[in-house]
Design a protein around this ligand. Structure first.
Ligand SMILES: [Mg+2]
Length: 262
């Protein structure tokens, strides 16, 4: 089935490489084998609750020799997008303290006064409450732009699905009467641009691997990159006819991508 000489892999994490803190069977072997053949890997996650370096550490603990330059998350895409805004742009953050610290360390002007906000950024926030909802609503009523790290309704936690950043975006959108005009995470192509830069490869030499049609496979389509769906997570083969786009390959699990690299 080999059609192109792929040189790089943009792999999703949850449901593709791991479930919680456990690697999916075959993930370590295929990562090691292809890495030895000179194939480059970058992992992508919509999770902005921690830094790319933390995600790399998590993969290290599961046994994958990955460094922080092999991980991109929606926080990385957010920082890249904010760096293209005028210096000093006032940014209000609904998100984990870790994200706030990461933004501040990157030179972002994080503010708390809802009367003076240029951009409201929303991300996963386990400390989300009525006060934060009220402040976000006020910032939007006062004219702030509205960005979201992702619109995922839920994400897989330890043994259960947990409310995702999209649930928080929905609450703020309802309160303010308008939704986000920009979304950084999958399926937007922002993370792909960063991943390709990290890989040092053109889009046509790479393949996106992921388990969710509406995020990973659409992300690949939006980025002009080939796509492989793995059936170890969110989407099943029966879901495919319901979408207007399709993956180039469907594999039962991550280890089967080896067939693309002879
Ligand atoms: Mg996934």
């Amino acid at each position: 089935m080999k059609s192109r000489p792929y040189r790089g892999i943009l792999s999703d994490l949850d449901g593709t490489i791991n479930r919680g803190n456990v690697l999916i069977p075959g993930a370590m072997a295929v990562f090691d084998d292809l890495s030895k053949k000179g194939i480059k890997w970058v992992f992508h996650s919509n999770n902005a609750g921690c830094a790319a370096a933390d995600l790399a550490l998590r993969l290290n603990r599961m046994g994958l020799a990955v460094n922080e330059n092999q991980v991109v998350n929606s926080a990385s895409a957010l920082i890249a997008a904010l760096s293209r805004e005028p210096a000093g742009a006032r940014v209000m953050v609904v998100g984990q303290e870790k994200l706030v610290q990461k933004l501040e360390a990157s030179g972002v002007n994080v503010v708390n006064d809802s009367r003076n906000v240029d951009i409201l950024v929303t991300a996963i926030d386990s400390g989300f409450n009525y006060h934060k909802l009220k402040e976000a609503q006020a910032a939007l009523h006062n004219g702030a732009r509205f960005w979201a790290t992702n619109l995922d309704a839920s994400y897989p936690g330890e043994g259960a699905f947990l409310p995702g950043a999209g649930s928080i975006v929905a609450a703020i959108s309802t309160a303010a009467g308008r939704g986000p005009e920009r979304v950084l995470g999958k399926p937007s192509p922002d993370m792909a641009h960063i991943a390709l830069e990290l890989l040092g490869l053109p889009a046509e030499s790479c393949i996106v691997v992921g388990d969710r049609m509406e995020s990973d496979i659409l992300f690949a389509r939006n980025s002009g990159i080939a796509a492989a769906l793995v059936l170890t997570g969110a989407s099943s083969r029966n879901d495919l006819p319901g979408f207007s786009y399709a993956p180039d390959y469907v594999f039962s699990g991550i280890s089967e991508i080896a067939t693309l690299f002879d």
